[in-house]
Design a protein around this ligand. Structure first.
Ligand code: G6P
Length: 617
């Protein structure tokens, strides 16, 4: 505790203010914000000392904690209205508004973040010029060029983008018009998209948001290696499998879940007497395993993905554009909305840059360390999947162990949410009164129904009025209990506004990543999971080999779990071996007698002879 006498704290002289101001270098406006009459001077001063100590240790983030511990949210209605008006961002041409007035950042915070935001803007300029903005993979980051090809760093890339877009439009038009026919000479009526992660989430979000009630082709997704899920999709197609265009999407061309989906679908085609190649389309990097397979097998079409477009930012590439176009969605409008938003986000005036305002609010709300979750609440059914889309975009970009200088930071912002007002009947209770570990993002859509379709379910009130009221009521109820929120407003859900929303969040993630000094464009953690899965499958093969050998001996050689682990030379993996056996037993897997030394028998029969305990049953 500072040596200052306690009296100077309780009777705040000018020297007290100047001392507090000096020890943790805050501006007078900040001092005003922490210098709250209802706070004991002693507490403020003690916290200020803590800050100065940590500042000297270079931990600038504590400064935000200080201001947040001592800054109550503005509650005066007049002051709030002024804050709303002062900070409301409006993109007139897009009809998109961004309201950050319910986030309690202070002038001092803005002042402190200004240089870091200017650096983030510079990083973005370099990125768009073709810098290696993904240093860990030595790649450029070019998703913004997809909607503004003229920005691409050379004519080769520009032409790739333009030619791919033309090819996507032409192919989609030919399928929808019936010029490209099914093998039986009819029209394609269904799309079966096989892909996972960024090769599914964007197309799923856009289909839910923008597909017309009666699209020229109806889309469904296989986005996992769950056999029951695959069977369900294929069963729902039924005889329409014959008029289904199967689009296999994989940037790497080697993702196991996608490969498995493809093999399962090709099996279904064989069993239906159909030729898969005549109905298959591949979207992947050129010369990937998938690309070569599609080329060699003569699939109907192939479209390229580029190494400078990440999966989670690929919605404006063939990944998102082809499925959307086949559903009759105006993809050029989607691109136009994204391009307009990109242009708005190139200003270096923070309060005129919506992506920067978002990133700033995220930093304030989560202390720049992900201390709170981002709850995404679109009050529009068609935007249901926006939060799932943002989960990958935000968490796979920001959830990183190390920063660009190699410091262990374990960064990230967790994202969840579904839609309002539905979620008000699920978890808003906790948001309103429970653990304060989140900030909310409302997505408001002003147009409730197409013009001329509205209906008053009671005098002067429509269904949409209720939805509007629920959003505003929840926003107020949260704020009155000091829960911060952001509101993004669009006029209606259109290709243009969806394109703008995608671009807004792509850029906000990029700016935020600069603020916290991380690479937003790689995903090292995912590789770890893929590697571990491969090891489980390798162990399973060894277990099967041991069981096959033992089960086809005469008489059968019953083994204990320990003996199985020993013969697999994996005594340390005994738990995984047990899980593997339990999973195989639950699926009544057949043991294949090596060299046909005996008749294949069910693993359960074999385990029965091993006097296994009930754990296997
Ligand atoms: O498109 P693919 O290469 O099949 O990858 C699909 C997904 O795989 C991994 O999970 C990556 O982390 C994602 O970013 C990617 O979208």
């Amino acid at each position: 505790m500072a040596s200052s006498s306690l009296s100077s704290i309780y009777s705040p002289s000018s020297s007290f203010k100047s001392e507090v101001k000096s020890i943790h270098r805050i501006t007078s406006s900040q001092l005003g914000s922490i210098y709250l009459p209802n706070k004991s001077r002693f507490h403020v001063y003690a916290v200020a000392r803590e800050v100065s100590a940590s500042l000297s240790a270079g931990n600038n983030d504590v400064v935000h904690k200080l201001k947040k511990e001592n800054v109550g949210l503005e509650k005066n209605p007049n002051a709030l209205w002024k804050r709303y008006v002062d900070w409301l961002y409006q993109h007139k041409e897009l009809g998109l508004y961004l309201d950050i007035s319910r986030v309690g950042f202070t002038d001092g915070f803005l002042e402190e973040m200004e240089p870091r935001l200017q650096k983030a803007f510079k990083d973005m300029v370099d990125l768009e010029k073709g810098a290696i903005a993904n240093p860990d993979e030595g790649r450029m980051v070019g998703h913004y060029w997809l909607r503004s090809p003229h920005l691409a760093p050379n004519s080769f890339l520009r032409l790739q983008i333009e030619n791919t877009l033309e090819a996507v439009c032409q192919f989609a038009n030919d399928v929808v018009s019936g010029k490209i026919k099914t093998p039986s000479g009819g029209r394609f009526t269904q799309i079966l998209s096989v892909g996972i992660g960024g090769s599914a989430l964007g197309p799923q979000f856009v289909a839910e948001a923008l597909a017309p009630d009666n699209p020229p082709l109806k889309i469904r997704f296989i986005d996992n290696t769950d056999p029951a899920g695959i069977d369900h999709q294929i069963a729902q197609l039924g005889p329409e499998l014959a008029s289904t265009l199967v689009i296999v999407i994989s940037k790497s061309g080697g993702t196991p879940e996608t490969r498995n989906g493809l093999l399962e679908v090709q099996k279904a085609f064989r069993e239906a007497g159909l030729i898969f190649a005549k109905q298959g389309v591949a979207i992947t990097q050129e010369n990937s395993l998938l690309d070569n397979t599609a080329r060699i097998e003569g699939w109907l079409a192939r479209f390229p993905m580029f190494d400078w477009v990440g999966g989670r930012t690929s919605e404006m590439s063939a990944v998102g554009l082809l499925p959307a176009a086949l559903q009759g969605i105006d993809i050029r409008e989607m691109l136009a909305g994204a391009a307009l938003m990109d242009e708005a986000n190139r200003t270096t005036v923070v309060r005129d840059n919506p992506a920067a305002l978002l990133a700033l609010c995220w930093y304030w709300a989560t202390d720049g360390v992900g201390s709170k979750d981002m709850v995404v609440l679109p009050y529009k059914d068609s935007l249901l999947l926006f939060s799932r889309y943002l989960q990958q975009l935000v968490m796979e970009s920001l959830g990183k162990e190390f920063d660009l200088d190699g410091n262990r930071v374990n960064q990230g912002i967790s994202v969840y949410g579904n839609k309002g007002s539905t979620d008000q009947h699920a978890y808003i209770q906790q948001l309103r009164e429970g653990v304060h570990n989140f900030f909310a993002t409302f997505i408001e859509v002003l147009r409730d129904r197409p013009p001329g379709h509205d209906w008053e379910l009671e005098p002067g009130v429509t269904c949409g009025d209720y939805l509007f009221g629920m959003l505003q009521g929840t926003r107020s109820a949260l704020y009155s209990n000091d829960r911060e929120s952001i509101t993004v407003t669009v006029q209606e859900v259109t290709p243009r506004s969806v394109g703008a929303l995608v671009a807004l969040y792509e850029r906000a993630v990029g700016i935020y990543a600069s603020l916290v000094n991380i690479n937003a464009y790689h995903q090292p953690g995912v590789e770890a999971g893929k590697k571990a899965a491969g090891e489980v499958l390798a162990l399973q093969k060894r277990v099967l080999q041991v069981l096959n050998e033992a089960s086809c001996k005469q008489p059968v050689e019953p083994l204990t779990l320990d003996e199985i682990a020993e013969r697999c030379h994996c005594e340390d993996d005994i738990e995984m071996i047990y899980k593997i056996i339990a999973h195989m037993a639950a699926n009544d897997r057949a043991l294949i007698a090596e060299g046909n030394c005996g008749t294949p028998q069910s693993i359960r029969v074999y385990l029965g002879e091993c006097n296994v305990d009930e754990l296997y049953a």
